[in-house]
Write a protein of this length. Structure first.
Length: 409
């Protein structure tokens, strides 16, 4: 007689606690529901595709495949292609930050650099300080690492040095994350004096600074402000992140980090475990583009157009928003931040506005976890919104603001 075993179905193990605790990106969620071509989308942080140097990038790829096809299609070192790292080091040095290629790690977009830093630096429960409001994908990275995220109070010039010092003494954080140039989401820039003060606090009290600079080259007025990484006292504790996404093409997924040797090595090991290396062909094409084309001239053309689009948004936003609203006037970058009167809830209003054919990102998404609940209950994020002004033409911006005003009314 043969015994029969009846299989029973058991539930699979649960997701990791960090995956259950961290939500999706508000921007990507909004993009999914605003993909209709008739929607004027101020929500996405997308560069204007008609301004990509498609011909120049395509020529760089053609030349790479003509000259070094086997190398382009082969595995590469984790640190990155030497020709690209040499070119990046030269660009940093020419901008006042002496840099060697060994100071750099090429990453698959600067977003990966953030993930690698979280892997290398953060244990669950570690404290991370951020500006407020803050780039929401950075909040996601730190949340997935199990960090406790605390926002540093500030003003129009950015993080308050006194508040930063108080929080460092009280919480002993691992790092401070900041976007000093044309910050996402507000578009504001941290002045040089404030950068030096932040660097002094970090040097005196012991703190890593992660300086994220994806927008810094997109300046359309005013003078360039030196990186925090070049401030006295910050040399051995600042990680500078850069990206080609906003100045060349986001689809290449090319970023980099400049960091002190020990931390750079730890991030390199983390990258080995994550993806071995960033695609070789993309790196070689970017290096070829930098050698054969004038990226700076291309960026100047892009910045000129973006400045015109910023002006179009500033010209019409006063009529679109309710009386009593305020908004920033960015000197560069891609974003403008608006605050409506306290009675408004931009999250609740979004659905009706999208039905009128325009979209924005509600402000509450950009606040640190332990502040977000307060925002939704009536804090500044509840009545705020981020508007991206670079993807549409001035005419489309004017129409989008007309629709926005109708939706808010």
């Amino acid at each position: 007689m043969t015994a029969q075993v009846t299989a029973t179905s058991a539930s699979v193990p649960a997701l990791a606690a960090r995956a259950r605790a961290v939500g999706g990106s508000a921007v990507r969620d909004i993009l999914a529901v605003t993909a209709r071509p008739e929607v004027i989308n101020f929500a996405g942080g997308l560069p204007a595709p008609e301004l990509f140097d498609a011909e120049g990038v395509a020529a760089a790829f053609r030349d790479v495949f003509a000259d070094t096809p086997a190398r382009a299609l082969q595995y590469a070192t984790t640190e990155g292609e030497p020709t690209l790292r040499d070119a990046l080091a030269l660009r940093h040095t020419r901008r006042g930050l002496p840099t060697d290629s060994d100071d750099l790690l090429v990453t698959t977009g600067s977003q990966q650099a953030l993930s690698l830093l979280a892997t290398a630096l953060l244990d669950p429960g570690d404290v991370v300080l951020v500006e407020t409001p803050c780039y929401l994908a950075a909040l996601q990275v730190f949340g997935l690492a199990g960090a406790r995220v605390i926002a540093v109070p500030g003003d129009d010039d950015g993080i308050g040095p006194g508040a930063l010092e108080e929080l460092v003494v009280r919480h002993r954080p691992k790092l401070l994350y900041t976007v000093p140039n044309f910050r996402n989401p507000t578009g504001q820039t941290m002045p040089g004096e404030r950068r030096a003060a932040v660097a002094e606090v970090a040097a005196r009290l012991g703190l890593w600074i992660v300086e994220d600079d994806p927008y810094g080259e997109l300046r359309f007025e005013g003078g360039r402000v030196p990186w925090i990484a070049s401030c006295p006292g910050a040399e051995d504790r600042t990680v500078l992140l850069g990206s080609f996404s906003k100045v060349m093409a986001p689809g290449l997924r090319l970023g980099w980090m400049r960091a002190p040797a020990e931390l750079l090595r730890a991030c390199t090991v983390a990258k080995q475990a994550a993806d071995l290396h960033t695609p070789t062909v993309n790196q070689l094409a970017a290096a070829r583009y930098l050698a054969d084309r004038d990226l700076d001239a291309h960026v100047r053309r892009v910045a000129r157009v973006y400045g015109e689009r910023r002006d179009a948004m500033l010209d019409g936003i006063g009529e679109a928003l309710p009386e009593g609203s305020t908004w920033t006037r960015p000197e560069g970058g891609m974003f403008l931040w608006a605050r409506l009167p306290e009675a408004y809830d931009t999250g609740a209003l979004l659905r009706g506005v999208v039905e009128r054919g325009v979209a924005y990102v509600p402000g509450a998404a950009f606040y640190a976890g332990e502040l977000a609940g307060a925002d939704r209950a009536g804090g500044p994020g509840r009545a705020a919104m981020r508007l991206c002004f670079v993807t549409q033409t001035p005419g489309e911006i004017g129409e989008g603001l007309r629709r926005l005003g109708a939706g808010l009314r």
